[in-house]
Design a protein. Structure first.
Lengths: 308, 182
């Protein structure tokens, strides 16, 4: 099994064959997580650098665990702890990484395109762990794995992404990936949180959550970043919750078979009600476990020797 | 080797396993992906019909434990592993189709140890083709064949083949791809 892609920058343009390979491999690695000893020697001797220029807890921990469970050498640079804060340019950082004999870099950065930049300036394999509002491919892959595990398929399902689409890299990766796999993806949220270029995604844009909630198999709630309120782009969180929050009443109007997902961390009481987050329709904790398996799969599949 | 010959050697191996382990108590089989799994199931069925008792069969994929994955151009696909029983204290018979360099078995031993502490591990193979690169030997062997490095043992099994044949052939990987019956 070999992927068509050399790096994982995003899911735009990634084929359904590649996505299926990653998801199938992730299912095999998921089994490792159920063993008494949850570590395999697969990436022994492979040096992985986690380069996190933006705050992240769960994604960084999930990647680190995935790397350690594969027995890779793991080095983590997080914001504030490295020369990033001393003003080193990304280009110089890349050159230094090169000199340190790193095989694979997992990078998160607020600037879209940083993963591509690192690939252009080092010989390392790159996995994007989130670049600005561009893409967050491993999040979308773990979500697809979770949906496929629950429904047994992706093709033909109807997925609704609700919330701040404008600032969401998760939404973009989700749309590219799910559409490639044959699912229908629509978005719902206030006009002020819809990107101007929504037209090029080929999705239906809704503004009335109540009217459409009963049509979908998966209701994917995005996190509302409270910081956005200060910028005036949102009126108030209370108004947001009344129109787009997933309350118990709204959940009861969903299809009987429909499920709830969220990329975390959850703002309880804002986009998700307390009892909704803990209901048996929520796949949120399953998403977290699958996240590790998907990252193990991506690390494994990308770390083979490239044909030079 | 044809269908009848394969059946005979697997029956021979089944009896040898029972004799060596003094019956089916604590005995489990673990087949290595892909063909080892089918062979393990066949042996288990034979032992079950001899002893009238159920035998646990596990599935092991050793891709995650291989030492050559970085040397290969293509990343091998990782298949299912399923050991749905407690291996502590059991007598495990690893089952594979062809024993060659021994590297797969080395990886399998490492993998099994991560599931627990079996009392002992033995190895059963349909064909031992020699050319070992590690100090390993099989406990139960269907047939031993002297081979050259440029040859390949092809094992076909009804579980995998559409046309439903069971056959083992020796193929020389020369220009004309010569084929000889075993």
């Amino acid at each position: 099994m070999e992927l068509g892609i050399k790096h994982l920058f995003g899911l735009k343009g990634v084929t359904d064959t590649d996505i299926t390979s990653i998801l199938d491999t992730a299912v095999s690695f998921r089994e490792v997580l159920e063993r008494p000893i949850r570590i395999v020697p697969t990436l022994k001797g492979v040096a992985v650098l986690n380069l996190f220029y933006e705050d992240s807890t769960r994604t960084r921990i999930s990647f680190e665990l995935a790397e350690r469970r594969l027995n890779a050498e793991v080095i983590t640079f997080a914001k504030g702890s490295s020369s990033v804060s001393k003003g080193e340019s990304l280009r110089d950082t890349a050159r230094n990484i090169e000199a340190m004999k790193i095989d694979l870099i997992v990078v998160r950065h607020s600037s879209p395109g940083t993963p591509q930049f690192l690939a252009d300036h080092t010989a390392c394999k790159i996995i994007n762990a989130g670049d600005g509002a561009h893409e967050h491919p491993t999040q979308a892959l773990l979500d697809m794995m979770t949906i496929r595990q629950h429904f047994g398929k992706l093709s033909g399902l109807k997925v609704l992404i609700v919330g701040d689409i404008l600032h969401s890299r998760v939404a973009r990766s989700e749309i590219w990936g799910l559409k490639t796999m044959g699912a229908q993806v629509d978005v719902c949220g206030p006009s002020s949180l819809m990107p101007i270029e929504m037209g090029c995604f080929d999705v239906n844009v809704h503004h009335n959550f109540d009217e459409i909630i009963a049509d979908y198999d998966v209701v994917y709630m995005l996190r509302i970043q409270k910081e956005r309120q200060a910028s005036g782009i949102m009126s108030s969180t209370r108004e947001y919750t009344s129109m787009f929050g997933l309350t118990k009443e709204r959940m009861d109007r969903m299809k009987d078979s429909a499920v709830i997902m969220h990329p975390g961390p959850i703002n309880r009481g804002i986009e998700l009600d307390y009892e909704v987050a803990d209901s048996d329709r929520s796949l949120i904790l399953e998403q977290v476990t699958n996240g590790e398996a998907v990252r193990m799969a991506a690390l494994f599949l990308l770390s083979g020797r490239s044909e030079e | 080797m044809d269908k009848a010959a394969i059946k005979r050697v697997l029956l021979k191996i089944s009896h040898e396993i029972l004799a060596r382990n003094k019956g089916p108590k604590k005995l489990v089989l673990v087949g290595l992906q892909t063909r080892g799994v089918f062979i393990a199931r066949r042996i288990a069925a034979m032992i079950e019909s001899i002893e009238k008792t159920a035998i646990n069969v596990g599935i092991l994929d050793v891709t995650m434990y291989r030492d050559d994955f970085r040397a290969k151009m293509k990343q091998p696909s990782v298949q299912v592993t399923s050991i749905p029983f407690d291996v502590d204290g059991t007598s495990i018979v690893l089952v594979d189709d062809v024993l060659f360099t021994g590297r797969t078995i080395r990886a399998a031993l490492d993998a099994i140890m991560d599931f627990g502490r079996p009392k002992k591990i033995q190895l059963a193979v349909l064909i031992d083709r020699g050319l070992r690169e590690l100090p390993l030997a099989a406990d139960y062997i269907g047939d031993t064949v002297k081979t050259q490095p440029n040859q390949e043992i092809r094992v076909r099994m009804t579980e995998l083949e559409e046309d439903g044949t069971d056959e083992v052939t020796l193929v020389t990987l020369a220009d004309d791809d010569e084929k000889g019956d075993l």
